[in-house]
Ligand binder design. Structure first.
Ligand code: PLP
Length: 389
């Protein structure tokens, strides 16, 4: 059996895969089993921040693999401690809990917020308010947090204590008033929901309301964090600091990691035994993440912004494109044609792009060379502009 047949026979069919097998990659180029080359504008859904097979990242991970690839969380390791330090120094957060995925990072944030609120306001202050069209993960609790009922079907009952609202000051105020609220959980740019950045006005109202009622603000930066928006974390565009920041995807540069960063208010909620993870803080993964974080400096961030400006300017107002949304190199393009058709046509012409609802979603590696980006965006533009056959 070939890979396609094997996969179809033995892998649980939870994904609608494209009929290509990726066999190698370098930077922002990948090759399939037939030797066809693609420019990668998806980077493994915002995971390969530095592209594929980045030399520095490989060096950082393999050096640690050769020393200690894993120890339990009963002992100390340097990469884990140093990564936590770097994250705190660059965000103003105080403590970090490491896990393996975005969903787990959010689970930890929810636990932290509930414990904080229980101690401050009593045991009935457990509700977490989230936003419509959000995405926070696939576990039963993070599904409950996800404000898209399509994801909930078949799995009821979900964890209680979640309500979602529209990202408007009015709806948020109304929703928060309906029960004792522990936290508001939000993506600065809703990724799966359509690449939709929050309005500055809404964020301002949300922050004011949260401060007034001691409601924790949890920024889910799983997708929009780690340099993708043009700043290290996307809340930094809005002039406030959340109480808890969660991240995953791009932080590891290709290996699984989740991080829940706790600010001043939540810094002391956890004591030994209250949360844990066998693999969380794995030294090889953390060594790679330290390298990734080190690369996301002012120079790289300004290049991200420049590249983003180029993409927006090139695609906005084009024939065949209704709108372009996003922040930094997290971009949603709404074509006149069905997004799926655009993805397929791009793939045929050697460009890998993603979708988010009715949009084509671009999440290139942060260090994608400008000429490759230009070439890929021209192809996308052509595909969107051409009359369909
Ligand atoms: C992908 C994603 C998650 C879930 O991350 P996993 O690593 O798949 O568990 C959570 N929140 C956001 C915003 C995401 O984009």
């Amino acid at each position: 059996m070939n890979v396609f047949e094997l996969d179809r026979q033995y892998v649980a069919p939870t994904y609608a895969r494209f009929p290509i097998q990726i066999v190698k990659g370098k930077g922002s180029l990948v090759w399939d089993h037939q030797g066809k080359q693609y420019i990668d504008l998806g980077s493994g859904i915002a995971v390969n921040s530095l592209g594929l097979a980045d030399n520095g990242w490989i060096q950082a991970v393999t050096a640690q693999l050769g020393a200690v690839q894993h120890t339990s969380n009963l002992y100390y390791t340097e990469p884990c401690a140093e990564l936590a330090q770097q994250l705190c120094l660059r965000t103003g957060m105080k403590k970090v809990f490491f896990s393996n995925s975005g969903a787990e990072a959010n689970e930890c944030a929810i636990k932290a917020a509930r414990k904080y609120a229980c101690e401050k306001k009593g045991p009935d202050a457990y509700t977490i308010v989230t936003l419509n069209d959000s995405f926070h993960g696939r576990t039963l609790t993070t599904l409950a947090a996800t404000g898209q009922s399509a994801f909930h079907q078949h799995f009821l009952p979900l964890t209680p204590g979640f309500v979602s609202c529209e990202p408007t000051a009015e709806d948020l105020r109304k929703t928060v008033a309906q029960q004792k609220t522990a936290a508001i959980l939000f993506e600065i740019v809703r990724g799966e929901g359509g690449v939709l950045p929050l309005e500055a006005e809404f964020v301002e109202a949300m922050v004011a309301l949260a401060r007034e009622q001691d409601i924790l603000l949890i920024a889910d930066e799983v997708q929009c964090g780690n340099g993708r928006s043009g700043k290290l974390y996307s809340y930094m565009h809005y002039g406030f600091t959340p109480d808890i920041v969660t991240t995953a995807k791009g932080l590891g540069g290709g290996l699984p990691i989740g991080a829940t960063m706790l600010g001043e208010k939540a810094e002391h909620v956890f004591t030994p035994g209250l949360n844990g993870s066998t693999f969380g803080g794995n030294p090889a993964v953390c060594a790679g993440a330290q390298y990734v974080l080190g690369q996301i400096d002012e120079t790289l961030l300004s290049q991200v912004q420049e590249k983003a400006d180029y993409v927006f300017q090139t695609l906005q107002g084009c024939k065949g494109i209704q709108s372009v949304t996003g922040l930094g190199l997290m971009i949603g393009v709404k074509p006149v044609k069905p997004a799926k058709q655009v993805v397929q046509a791009c793939m045929d012409r050697g460009v890998l792009v993603l979708t988010a609802k009715d949009r084509v979603r671009l999440l290139p590696a942060l260090n994608i060379p400008f000429p490759l980006l230009r070439q890929a965006v021209e192809i996308l533009k052509e595909v969107c502009t051409e009359e369909s056959v």
